[in-house]
Design a protein around this ligand. Structure first.
Ligand SMILES: Cc1cc2nc3c(=O)[nH]c(=O)nc-3n(C[C@H](O)[C@H](O)[C@H](O)COP(=O)(O)OP(=O)(O)OC[C@H]3O[C@@H](n4cnc5c(N)ncnc54)[C@H](O)[C@@H]3O)c2cc1C
Length: 500
């Protein structure tokens, strides 16, 4: 079973589902850090807002993260500087620093119990191979006003060749922050949980369809991590899944700080989380494209093995995986989409706890008609063919490869009987590909294997027992219901003929 430690330790928002039609100025789809912080800032401006969350507030990718808050970016600021310019990299740094400060302010203003703590960010090279990159990172961070210290050792149980340390970054429980903030959203905002939006009728007033009622809204914000529906943007967003676990140690010190290995292939990131029951060491890493995992690998096992090399692990208490979307040119997309008055906030890579709050600040200003000094660099409608070209071509060739797998005879099984208990397989039935799953009781269920987003063939994810789309990252339950990603609709149901 997989469960994130953040979700397990956060209180529930306890919002009820939407049961009758309503009209608001702004409908926000998605109650993660992006949706709830945006709702908070808009409600503060006196705007009538409704948040529609398909599951529980803060329970999406926000609860699947590492819970680190920092000015830096996963892809390093010097890459942004090189691709764009000094001004863009400076604005990225400024906007991210402001977002971390806002989170701190909200935590203290509302006394949100989410273990918020200022912590140093540490980047180190164990082998010395990445010394040059560390040097460049240091120079770039200094240039944008951060105080960077050289280090020759850390509190990790191995020696390093080189490293840098930046004080005053932060850590928290992201799910507890989001549900705490939601509980403080009293005026001008209604939150509905277990309320999936399965269609948006676009018009002068947009109409959002949920299972039991409709919402009319002049403006819609898709705070769904990746925008729901079909947008050209999806060809510039590359979905990856990444793995995490939280362990208790039998002995040894729990390191204090945000630890990033420069040789990230050998060392996933590390951090400590302290609860009333004691401390946990959290490690996160080993990503792959969604729906394209190496079937011979056990990513959780690899993470655990790596941790046990350095730590006396008593038990792995939690393990989970989550998804992130890498943008082609390295910057998130925040602002109005190609549809009038429908706004998006996406492409956060693994930096979205902070970018989600940057999005909230930008969207608040866009929707209240104020200038925002960062809006232009993150503009969702930007077109950057030169800066995006290499990753765009590579990733879209990869997507094309997945489409080509939909040729006759490429199914994984010919008969339902080949699908064992707990397994999922693609079975060809009358020239059509079916996603067939047999549960632990031996019962079969089937759906069309064609992803309802853009017609790619889904793959079975045995680790999490889901159908994952290798093209744009939609994920479905074994019975075809949507879990996450851009698809609105479930996989089309199919009736099993037991003779096959
Ligand atoms: C392994 C991993 C580690 C990470 N670590 C960090 C980190 O340490 N620091 C950092 O800054 N970032 C980190 N990130 C990135 C960060 O977690 C995300 O970018 C961020 O949480 C995105 O927040 P969000 O609110 O936009 O999306 P989400 O938290 O995913 O919220 C979107 C919400 O929309 C809801 N939804 C979806 N579809 C519908 C629908 N049709 N109707 C209604 N609701 C819907 C979902 O249920 C969900 O609750 C990490 C990511 C991963 C994968």
């Amino acid at each position: 079973m997989t469960e994130s430690i953040w979700k397990a330790k956060a209180s529930n928002t306890k919002a009820t589902p939407l049961t009758k039609d309503i009209e608001v100025e702004v409908a926000i789809v998605g109650g993660g850090i992006t949706g709830i912080t945006t709702a908070y800032l808009l409600a503060e401006e006196g705007i009538q807002v409704a948040v529609l969350e398909s599951m529980s507030v803060g329970g999406g990718t926000t609860a699947g993260s590492t819970g680190n808050l920092y000015t830096m970016v996963d892809n390093r600021l010097h890459h942004i500087q090189a691709k764009f310019d000094d001004n863009t990299a400076r604005k990225v740094a400024e906007s991210r620093t402001t977002a971390v400060d806002l989170i701190e302010d909200l935590v203290f203003r509302h006394e949100i119990k989410c273990s918020f703590k200022r912590q140093p960010w540490i980047l180190y090279s164990e082998t010395g191979e990445e010394e040059e990159m560390i040097k460049t990172t240091k120079e770039t961070l200094k240039r944008f006003g951060l105080e960077v210290q050289d280090i020759t050792s850390t509190s990790l149980p191995f020696s390093i060749k080189s490293g840098i340390r930046v004080e005053n970054q932060a850590q928290f429980n992201p799910a507890a922050f989001v549900s705490g903030l939601a509980q403080n959203l009293k005026n001008n905002c209604r939150i509905y949980e277990n309320t999936p939006v399965h269609q948006i009728e676009k018009g002068a007033t947009h109409i959002l369809h949920t299972p039991n009622a409709k919402v009319k809204a002049a403006k819609v914000i898709l705070a769904t991590h990746t925008p729901k529906g079909v947008y050209g943007l999806h060809t510039t967003l590359f979905p990856h899944r990444e793995y995490a676990l939280a362990a208790r140690l039998r002995s040894g010190d729990y390191p204090e700080g945000i630890f990033w290995s420069a040789e990230s292939k050998t060392h996933p990131s590390l951090r400590t989380y302290e609860t009333e029951e004691g401390k946990f060491l959290i490690t996160v890493g080993y990503h792959h494209k969604v729906g394209q995992e190496d079937k011979d690998k056990d990513y959780f096992e690899d993470l655990e093995k790596n941790l046990r090399k350095y730590y006396d692990v008593e038990a792995v208490a939690y393990r989970w995986s989550a998804q992130h979307y890498k943008p082609a040119d390295g910057l998130p997309y925040i602002g109005e989409s190609t549809d009038d008055r429908i706004y998006v906030a996406t492409g956060f890579s693994t930096d979205g706890l902070t970018y989600g709050v940057v999005s909230a600040l930008i969207l608040r200003d866009l929707l209240t008609g104020r200038d925002n000094e960062w809006a232009e660099i993150y503009k969702a409608k930007r077109f950057t063919p030169l800066k995006s070209a290499k990753p765009f071509l590579k990733e879209n060739l990869n997507v094309l490869g997945e489409y080509l797998k939909d040729y006759p005879g490429s199914a994984e099984a010919e008969k339902f009987s080949e699908v064992k208990k707990g397994e999922g397989k693609i079975v060809e039935v009358k020239d059509e590909k079916w996603a067939v799953h047999r549960n632990e009781d031996g019962k079969l269920c089937a759906a069309s294997a064609v992803c309802t987003h853009m017609d790619c063939i889904v793959n079975w994810n045995n680790e999490e027992k889901t159908w994952d789309c290798p093209c744009h990252g939609s994920r479905f339950k074994p019975n075809g219901e949507v879990i996450e990603g851009p698809a609105f609709s479930p996989l089309d149901k199919r009736n099993i003929n037991p003779q096959k």
